[in-house]
Each structure stands twice: as C-alpha cells, then as structure tokens.
Design a protein around this ligand. Structure first.
Ligand SMILES: Cc1ncc(COP(=O)(O)O)c(C=O)c1O
Ligand SMILES: N[C@@H](CCSC[C@H](N)C(=O)O)C(=O)O
Length: 464
C-alpha cells in the first residue's frame, strides 16, 4: 500500500486503456517527459505540513504549471489507436483530469488512500448503499439528516434491506442489534439536527467484532476533514456532503467518499462509473477552490458560533452545541474532534414563537443547508427534516420548535445584534430598564398540532 493521499486516480478497469498512473505527468508540447515539478510534493525535512498548508498546496500541475487546476470541460478524449493505446482517460463519466486532481487532493486531506467525488452528498450515500444486498442489515442512528432517513426508508421498503434505527449515542443500544448479518453501520456525528455525539472508535470496534465484513461508515458533513477524521478512528468509509463546509459558498452540489481499503474503493468507483454520478469538471474545479479556504472560513465560523451559543445559553435557552461545556457529551466530543464546527440548535418552547424569531431575523437567511460563508436560520421539522413523518420525529425526540443556526463568517457582533433583535421582536426576550435581556418564552410545546399538520403535508410530498 502506498502512503495515505498518494493514491493515483481511479484505475480504468479496461486493461486496454491502461492505468491512470500517468495522470498529470509533466510533458512538453511535443509530449516529451519534463523533469519533476519544481515544487516539492513531500514534506521538507520530514516535517508534516499542517492541515492549513495541505488544504492550499496541491500537487499535480499540468504541463504549463497552471496555478489553478485547468477545467477539462470535455466529455470524451482522443485515443492513440482503435484499441485504446495507453490513454489515461477515455470518457468523463469514467474519469476526468480535473476530477482526478480533486480526488487526490481530497484523499490527502481526508487521510485516505482514495477519495471519490460524486454529484451530491446523497449521491455519495446512494453509491455506498448500493453495496448492500437484499437481506443485509444496516444499523444507524435515530437522529439523522432527513434525506439520509428517506433513502434508508426507501431501501427498507423497496430494497429488502433491514434498517435498525437506534440511539447511537449509547453503544450498548448498538450492540443489541449488531449480528452476523450487519453489513453496514451508518453513523452521523454530530447528528443533524440534535447535535448529538457518537463514539466512533467504540462502535467501529463493536461492529467489526460482531460482523468482520461490516462496513462502518461515518457522515462527516457537520465537521469536515479539518475537524474530524473518522478513518483514523476505525471507520471504513467516510462520506460527506461537499455542498457544505468543503465548498463553503453554496454554489455547487457535491458528495465525497473516502476509503483506505483498495477493494472497497474499486467497488465504489465501479458504482460511480456504472451509474454515472461522478462530479462534473466545473464543479470539481469549484470544490477545489473552496477547499483552499476551509480553515480560514471554519476558524471564523467557529468563533462566531461560540459567541452566539454562549449568548443564547446565558439568555436561558436550551442550546445544543458541542463547543459548550454544558453539552452532555463534551468530553467524548473533545476526544474525537479538533473543533465544534458552526451548527447549533436551540429550543424556544413554542413553535409559533420559533417561527416569529426565524422570520424576524434579517442577516440570517431562512434556508436549508449549512457550511456556507453566509449565516442561515431554519426550523428543521418544517424544512431539512420535513421528510421524516411527525410521529417518527416525536418518537425520536426532535422538538417541533427547534431552531437551527448555521453560523457564517460575518462580523460576530452584527450577527449577535440581529439575532437579539429578532428574539426581542418575536417576543422571546424582554428588554429590562437596566438593559439586560431576559428570556420570556415558556418551556413546553404549545402548538404541536400545527407542526404535525405541516410535517404531514411535507411527508406526503416526499413519499415515493
Ligand atoms: C448530515 C448530512 N449528510 C448528507 C447530506 C446530503 O448532502 P447533499 O445535500 O449534498 O446531497 C446533508 C444535507 O443535505 C446533511 O445534512
Ligand atoms: N428539500 C430538501 C431539503 C434539503 S436539507 C439540506 C441540508 N442537509 C440541511 O440539513 O439543511 C430535501 O428534501 O432533501
């Protein structure tokens, strides 16, 4: 096995076409080999580059040493002979130089042997779950992104897959359902939208002991490879939505899969090529550009998120954010991650009050998604998690009044002022004479029927 991150592009399976090991070889205009790039690709003096450097520094220049990777906007590639010759690429669904460049870069920062990019985060989960066969069992959480829940429900209804939703924050609950037929464990941590933490190393160990061929996968969307590396904690696959932190500007959809096992990587690549969901060259270029600023964006977003979380907590709201010491799994989180990210949620005790708060904010856009430079506010039960029916949401303890904040890079004080104004305008806080704000919301969901009606409408739309 080669060093993590040094894997070459997905090898073309047709031997006539050869492997892609020559991708980005430096050649002159006549096709003669040039000496290696003047920029060293390995750490100087044995010192590992820090992640901030790795995000920016990418290997594999084209023959003109372009500073920004060229967009190979071509569906097909000329071959040297009818039998294929030694071409590196034949067709963009099977492989494209811009995509190869991005995948190599991602493998390095995700500390993986191989990374693969597809058209969305759900596309990545689809590729992964296509490795399942009827009768296989999947163990997953009871707090999950709505789209993940929807795909798993579809697979259990139409694909003969048995899906166990358990409280993955309690490893004993996972142990209860693991067995020799467990083909996959799908973990999300922190969970969306309740920001619960799952013990990746413990569950990975348990799963492999119960079922050695079980694929332990982790959705790392909430933190990105900057803050958490599940492959180093026993996971077999990491997948994430590149639509979020990795790209950072809400200008593209993308999904990433990363593995260390060569055979599993080949199976995932086969599925991507066979089903045709590989990421388009222009989107690869955009994602590559976004990744370079991941650290500066995340640093700013985390600082702002901590400010907002502390303010809401001090105002008396029940806040869910792993950066707060009051988070029930603060210590576990510290043992796995290098930062809390910038998504938090809080309850007001009243659905209509939450709605007024969300609609009173000006700087915070009412929008699904997260990880963007802009700050967003949403009500998960009506928006990102509306595809989970109201009964299930209630059973799983997702409060209908929950507000989710996805904190951006704006000035922290501006964000705070705007949120504070929205809370006051909505009637969630009182301004006292000495200028202190006090929470006036009552605890207890006052209008559950309203949330259930809206959710039922949304669920009907989302049913296959
Ligand atoms: C945790 C999580 N995983 C996966 C996805 C799916 O990503 P995408 O929207 O890129 O398909 C999302 C959001 O959509 C998400 O929040
Ligand atoms: N209508 C979409 C909702 C996407 S939610 C996006 C993101 N994961 C979030 O949590 O905000 C759908 O039905 O998938």
């Amino acid at each position: 096995m080669s060093e993590p991150g040094s894997s070459s592009a997905p090898p073309l399976k047709d031997p006539k076409l050869g492997a892609m090991s020559k991708a980005f070889a430096r050649v002159d205009l006549d096709g003669h080999d040039l000496p290696p790039s003047p920029t060293p690709s390995s750490p100087r003096g044995g010192r590992q580059y820090s992640i901030a450097t790795q995000l920016v520094f990418s290997e594999g220049n084209d023959q003109f040493n372009a500073s920004s990777v060229p967009i190979y906007q071509s569906a097909t590639f000329k071959q040297s002979s009818a039998t294929g010759g030694a071409s590196d690429y034949d067709y963009t669904r099977s492989g494209n130089p811009t995509r190869t460049h991005l995948e190599k870069h991602l493998a390095k920062i995700m500390r993986a042997q191989r990374a693969l990019v597809v058209s969305s985060g759900m596309g990545a989960l689809d590729v992964l779950t296509r490795q399942l066969r009827p009768g296989d069992e999947v163990v997953t959480g009871d707090d999950l992104y709505g789209g993940t829940n929807r795909l798993l429900k579809y697979l259990s209804t139409h694909g003969g897959i048995i899906v166990h939703h358990v409280d993955t924050t309690t490893p004993e609950k996972v142990q209860e359902v693991l067995n020799g037929k467990t083909a996959m464990v799908l973990l999300e941590t922190p969970t969306n939208p309740l920001i619960k933490i799952v013990d990746i190393p413990t569950i990975a160990k348990m799963a492999h002991a119960a079922s050695p061929s079980c694929i332990v996968s982790v959705d790392n969307t909430m933190l990105s490879p900057l803050l958490q590396n599940p492959l180093e904690m026993g996971a077999d696959v990491v997948y994430e939505s590149g639509t979020k932190y990795l790209s950072g500007h809400h200008d593209l959809m993308a999904g990433v899969l990363a593995v260390n096992d060569e055979a599993l990587g080949d199976k995932l690549y086969f599925t991507i090529n066979a089903s045709g969901c590989g990421l388009a060259p222009f989107d690869c270029w955009l994602l590559m550009r976004g990744i370079k600023t991941l650290k500066v964006r995340m640093d700013a977003q985390q600082n702002n998120a901590m400010l907002i979380a502390q303010f809401l907590e001090s105002a008396g709201f029940k806040v869910r954010y792993p950066g707060l010491k009051s988070h029930p799994q603060y210590d576990l989180f510290q043992s796995m991650a290098r930062g809390p990210g910038a998504v938090l949620s809080f309850e007001t005790g009243d659905i209509q009050l939450s709605e007024r708060i969300v609609e009173s904010a000006k700087l915070w856009a009412i929008s699904v998604s997260f990880g963007c430079v802009n700050s967003l506010i949403s009500m998960p039960c009506r928006m990102s998690h509306a595809s989970i029916d109201a009964k299930t949401r209630k059973e799983r303890g997702v409060p209908e009044d929950l507000i989710r904040l996805c904190v951006g890079i704006e000035d922290g004080e501006d964000l705070l002022d705007d949120l504070r104004s929205a809370l006051v305008q909505a009637g969630a806080m009182n301004v006292t004479l000495d200028g202190i704000y006090a929470k006036s919301a009552t605890v207890g969901n006052e209008h559950p029927e309203e949330g259930e009606r809206l959710a039922a409408d949304a669920a009907a739309i989302n049913e296959p």
